[in-house]
Design a protein around this ligand. Structure first.
Ligand SMILES: Nc1ncnc2c1ncn2[C@@H]1O[C@H](COP(=O)(O)OP(=O)(O)OC[C@H]2O[C@@H]([n+]3cccc(C(=O)O)c3)[C@H](O)[C@@H]2O)[C@@H](O)[C@H]1O
Ligand SMILES: Nc1ncnc2c1ncn2[C@@H]1O[C@H](COP(=O)(O)OP(=O)(O)OP(=O)(O)O)[C@@H](O)[C@H]1O
Ligand SMILES: [Mg+2]
Length: 244
């Protein structure tokens, strides 16, 4: 880990406090999946504005494994935030009534991510909260997220951190061990893992991204070429829609 974790954590705290204060918000809502990104993002939110002003919402579907729900609850307990659980199955069941909209795991998965976003924003609307993002720099650069789904947020406390750095920050914050050890997964279909779907490991991807950034986005090997293709293809997820 090259960056000074301590100084950067203070800067994140200040950024979150400023965003909440300038929005006149009562607090923060964050989707807690039982994974490391939402754990670290929620822990930052709790540090910044106090755990009593943060609510974690676990939004399981039929493909969510019970260990993930238990880990999300354990995370909320360990950082002292309220934990709510709302199944997204009734909403997904309604989508299944529209022919073809949920026919593949890919289609259903993106609908799950956007359903979670809609519920988090409804809670934010009702309670005057800001929605806390959980995107890290690696998935942001690769576009490995659902556009207007899990990528939608009002604050982004961990967007500057590569996935491999999230684990180091999580360890420094004392995030529960089971969350630190599980393989990253979007949890959108049974058996899905990030590294399986991307076809590269996070250490490989992060090394390639750092090398590409240093070289002015010139690929020097096959892994860097593959990563660069994903970065280019997902440019639209990092910019405003074209308009006049
Ligand atoms: N060049 C372009 N200019 C402007 N817009 C463009 C575009 N190309 C596609 N689009 C639009 O973007 C859409 C495709 O983007 P999107 O809907 O996001 O879908 P897409 O990127 O195809 O799929 C999402 C990926 O993210 C993964 N994911 C999702 C959610 C969470 C996580 C996780 O790690 O937790 C991972 C998921 O497994 C899948 O691999 C197209 O249908 C189109 O509407
Ligand atoms: N079952 C769920 N309940 C609540 N929020 C969820 C759920 N599944 C996904 N999310 C939200 O979508 C975000 C994106 O998922 P993603 O898998 O990238 O992150 P993670 O689960 O926190 O960490 P990891 O990538 O290591 O699995 C989560 O951080 C969380 O905010
Ligand atoms: Mg996950």
């Amino acid at each position: 880990m090259e960056r000074a974790i301590g100084c950067e954590m203070e800067a994140v705290d200040q950024m979150i406090r400023h965003a909440v204060w300038s929005a006149g918000a009562s607090g923060i809502v964050v989707g807690v999946s039982g994974g490391i990104d939402s754990a670290v993002a929620a822990a930052f939110a709790a540090r910044a504005v106090g755990p009593e002003r943060v609510v974690g919402v676990c939004l399981p579907s039929a493909v969510t494994v019970s260990e993930d729900i238990e880990d999300a609850q354990a995370l909320c307990r360990s950082i002292g935030i309220e934990c709510r659980e709302l199944s997204i199955e009734p909403v997904l069941q309604a989508y299944r009534g529209y022919p073809g909209l949920t026919d593949t795991p890919y289609l259903a998965g993106n609908l799950m991510a956007r359903t979670r976003m809609a519920i988090l924003y409804a809670i934010a609307n009702r309670e005057g909260r800001l929605v806390c993002g959980t995107s890290n720099r690696t998935e942001y650069m690769l576009g490995y997220c659902t556009k207007h789904g899990d990528s939608a947020a009002d604050i982004q406390p961990i967007l500057h951190l590569y996935k491999t750095e999230i684990f180091a920050v999580g360890r420094a914050m004392g995030i529960v061990q089971r969350i630190l050890e599980k393989p990253p997964s979007a949890g959108l279909w049974a058996g899905q893992t990030d590294e399986g779907e991307l076809g590269l490991t996070y250490p490989e991807i992060d090394a390639a991204l750092q090398s590409l950034e240093r070289s002015g986005w010139k690929a020097g090997n096959e892994v860097e070429e593959r990563v660069l293709r994903r970065v280019r293809a997902s440019e639209h997820k990092r910019s405003s829609p074209p308009h006049l």
